[in-house]
Design a protein around this ligand. Sequence first.
Ligand code: SF4
Length: 394
Amino acid sequence: MLSDTQVLVNTDSADLITSIEQLRSVLPAITDSMAATMAGIAQRYTFRLPRFYAEKILLNDIHDPLWALALPNAGELADTGEERWDAFQLADRAVNHPRWIQKYRYEALLRVTDFCSGLCRYCYLKNRDVTPGRISHQEIDAMFDQAEQSPQRRELREIILSGGDPLAVPAGVLEHFAMRMDRLNKTVSRRITVTIHTREPVWYPQRILGNAALHQALKKLSPASYILHVVHPREVTPELHQAMLALTELSDSRRPLMMSQHPLFRGINDSAAIITDMYDRMDSGPVVFKPYYLIHPFPDGTLPEHRLTLLESQKILRDLASAPGTRVPLLTIPTPMGKCVIGPYEQLTDRGGYYLLHTKDGVPVQYAISPHYDPAETREHIPIMPEIHRAAVV
Ligand code: SF4
């Protein structure tokens, strides 16, 4: 479960809603019984929502589908907490540290914090043992000291800063990363780039806009790309465009790629029309933008009523595919053994209750076919094949 180990600074305290009572002052359509349910769920899974998101993006309407993504609801109790997305890592990874997640020899992901300004109700991390709190300078040094000594660093091509949200950490943390990235890059012949995964420009763009210390740190870090987590057309605000522009303009040269990824949810963004509208709005601003990943829902974390079958996700991709390649995302299926990517016209064959998929590295995965959510379902239904996994990564 995500913890609130970080002390909010004063501006955050005013800008972040942390109780159902505060929320009702912005969304008075919440009824007494809904408020009671929300408060009960919030006892189990922390509630936090930026005031900006509540006021500018949510509708004061109990039928607004975005309520289920942002406000506590009973569907969350169906989360079994057995998501195994991070469970399997390379035996031969460059760094051994709980915040260093490495499933591929060419890419590592760093969980730099467990904090996000808003907490997505579908977050698969909320019910998991994640390393609490924000990364310290000592932890960064411990990881990069190992990386500098590891022969595996020569295969690394990208380090992803993720979380929680890396744009919600103090600027000093990012400056320290920048310094250690520079040092690490001096030990390899091919540059290791940095990518930042963030939802902060959607939740709370004010944290980015006009934040000189953050800008200074990001200028030093000089990420090659940002992957924005945007799930619905209404989340594309003028403030999001301003934040994208601010992040892009920090670099005088080698401006970062601005991309997006988002899960697919039934009733929220489960049609090519909605997704195209979102992409069009993203692209209507001053920053060039590339749709990157459509993410088939995680078995755990995703609320039961939002789950799609793999064939339904593939149909959405097919409906998006007749467009220039720059406008077409990849459909990725998260599995314990890594991401699988499938094409719009790939034949998915029922092999006795599962599809045979392959990760990006060619590792076979038996992906269970489950057209409807089964509360008894767990990730155990996606068996891993350890002998093949080992063979593939050695
Ligand atoms: S932004 Fe990402 S890490 Fe943060 S709560 Fe949402 S899904 Fe979880």
